[in-house]
Design a protein around this ligand. Structure first.
Ligand code: AHR
Length: 502
């Protein structure tokens, strides 16, 4: 007998309409993300600005709505002025976060231009490590003020007549982390972030600001950090950030697949702290979440220790993702969707070459990593109204997690088409699971397609030699009878069941 699970969805039981920015991503001045990643002027497929068109084509396919830039840890040593103006005059710097050489050939204006070309909104982080209020007020005058002042006129001199009008800004990066250049206590950072936010809003009141939360749920200061930082910044910011990377370090698949349970707890805890500060302040305002770094990151940790310092674009953080990583990324996406009412922005970290769904060869081609596919499916079919899932699933225990659902699933009702998509992961290692979906108050359905990502080898990866070893097929088995949908979820699989309503 196959195992069975049940999913109950009702069109009246909604979590929220998705903010499309939950399918955002991130490009840092790190390794080959920029140089030989998105920017390679002498590549045969480079456009007139040196941007790789083959890479842009995949980013457009992913429909990435927002890209965070320029870091990451990099931003805490960033002198934004180095990265604008005539390229020949830009300084080469020792970049301390990743101990690389930064040539500044690609800078702030190039990023904005690139982001516009790929159809993504820019999300720019400012340096609150080595710098502060002064540099922040200047960069926003440069990017967002129309003209007639020192910094805005400098932008015009640099060839950008119209202001960039960058809407979303991050107040530093991972300031709770001892590894951060200019690391601060929550009190120090909270005060600085509040004053910086006030100054930036004086220049442009229409911006949105993200204040730094914890770098992961394992941080010893987690939760106290959020409470203290928000107690200083609550009235001046819109979002608090979360960062989390997962990895199968112990080669224990059962534990690895359950790690997103902890991500779910992390999100709930951050919401609780936000609302605690809201209550303490008797505020009417709600702080939303920006999960602006999330992914799997562990494969490259050892090899990165061998990298020569002070070189340009070293091969840092080049994780080659396996099939099991794609399942975890799928589970992470379902977890984000479950909190669509509070998560407004999320950035898969990162986008190209550095812990990324897209890999390039310098002078050569481009390929899709395994994690590309769940990200692509969710971005393409996961926009609309997220329905509150009730799941009855068999469970499993690991040495670290108890009663983990073998099936995770979520349904998203499209706003544009009479369509609904169910995303589901089967965590079971030895058997398919028949998922019975009871879909209430939505009318009748017919199947458009059932996409499946599955593989016999959990460690299978897409390499330069074998770029299509792991890719989805559309032969998934789903039976639809009016409002009952029976989907067969193969053992260890990511599933996208696309339904048309009539
Ligand atoms: O994304 C890689 C790094 O991870 C970022 O620079 C930093 O913010 C985080 O620790």
């Amino acid at each position: 007998m196959p195992k069975k699970a049940q999913l109950f969805l009702d069109k009246h039981f909604k979590i929220a309409k998705t903010d499309q920015r939950i399918y955002g991503s991130f490009i840092e001045h790190l390794g080959r993300a920029i140089y030989t990643g998105i920017f390679e002027p002498d590549h045969p497929q480079a456009d007139t600005e040196g941007f790789r068109e083959d890479v842009m084509a995949l980013i457009k396919e992913l429909e990435v709505p927002i890209v965070r830039y320029p870091g990451g840890n990099f931003v805490s040593g960033y002198n934004w002025e180095d990265s604008v103006g005539p390229v020949a005059k830009r300084p080469v710097r020792l970049e301390l976060a990743w101990r690389s050489l930064e040539t500044n050939e690609f800078g702030l204006n190039e990023f904005i231009s690139w982001a516009r070309k790929v159809g993504a909104a820019p999300m720019v982080a400012i340096n609150l490590g080595t710098r502060g209020v002064d540099a922040a007020r200047n960069i926003i005058e440069y990017t967002n003020h129309p003209g007639g002042s020192y910094w805005s006129d400098l932008r015009r001199e640099h060839g950008y007549e119209k202001p960039h009008m960058i809407k979303t800004w991050c107040l530093g990066n991972e300031m709770d982390g001892p590894w951060q250049i200019g690391h601060k206590t929550a009190e120090e950072y909270g005060r600085l972030a509040a004053e910086t936010a006030k100054a930036m809003r004086q220049v442009d009141p229409d911006i949105e600001l993200v204040v730094c939360g914890s770098s992961s749920f394992q941080m010893p200061t987690f939760a106290d950090w959020e409470a203290t930082v928000l107690s200083h910044t609550y009235d001046y910011v819109d979002y608090i950030s979360l960062h989390q990377y997962l990895g199968n370090r112990e080669n224990n698949l059962a534990n690895y697949l359950a790690e997103t349970v902890q991500v779910d707890e992390f999100i709930k805890a951050v919401i609780a702290v936000c609302d605690y500060v809201k209550a303490r302040k008797k505020s009417n305002k709600t702080i939303y979440l920006s999960f602006d770094e999330w992914n799997v990151w562990f494969h490259s940790n050892e090899q990165d220790k061998q990298i020569e310092p002070w070189t340009k674009a070293p091969r840092l953080l080049e994780d080659i993702y396996t099939f099991e990583d794609a399942l975890v990324v799928g589970l992470f996406l379902i977890t984000l969707l479950k909190h669509a009412d509070r998560i407004r922005i999320a950035c898969l970290a990162q986008l190209v070459n550095v812990i990324a769904p897209i890999m390039t060869s310098a002078g050569g081609g481009v390929r899709k990593q395994t994690i590309y596919y769940p990200y692509y499916h969710a971005s393409k079919y996961g926009r609309g109204t997220v329905l509150r899932p009730e799941i009855l699933s068999p469970v499993y225990d690991t040495d670290r997690y108890k009663k983990v659902n073998l099936v995770e699933a979520i349904g998203v009702l499209s706003e544009d088409e009479p369509e609904m998509t169910i995303f589901a992961v089967n965590r079971c290692q030895d058997s398919p699971i028949e998922l019975e979906c009871n879909l209430n108050n939505m009318g009748n359905f017919e199947l458009i397609e059932h996409l499946v990502l599955e593989h016999d080898d959990m460690k299978a990866a897409n390499t330069e030699e074998d770029p299509d070893r792991v890719k989805p097929h559309n032969q998934g088995r789903t039976l639809v009878k009016s409002n009952r949908v029976l989907a067969e979820l193969p053992a260890l699989s990511w599933n996208v069941v696309r339904l048309r309503l009539y």
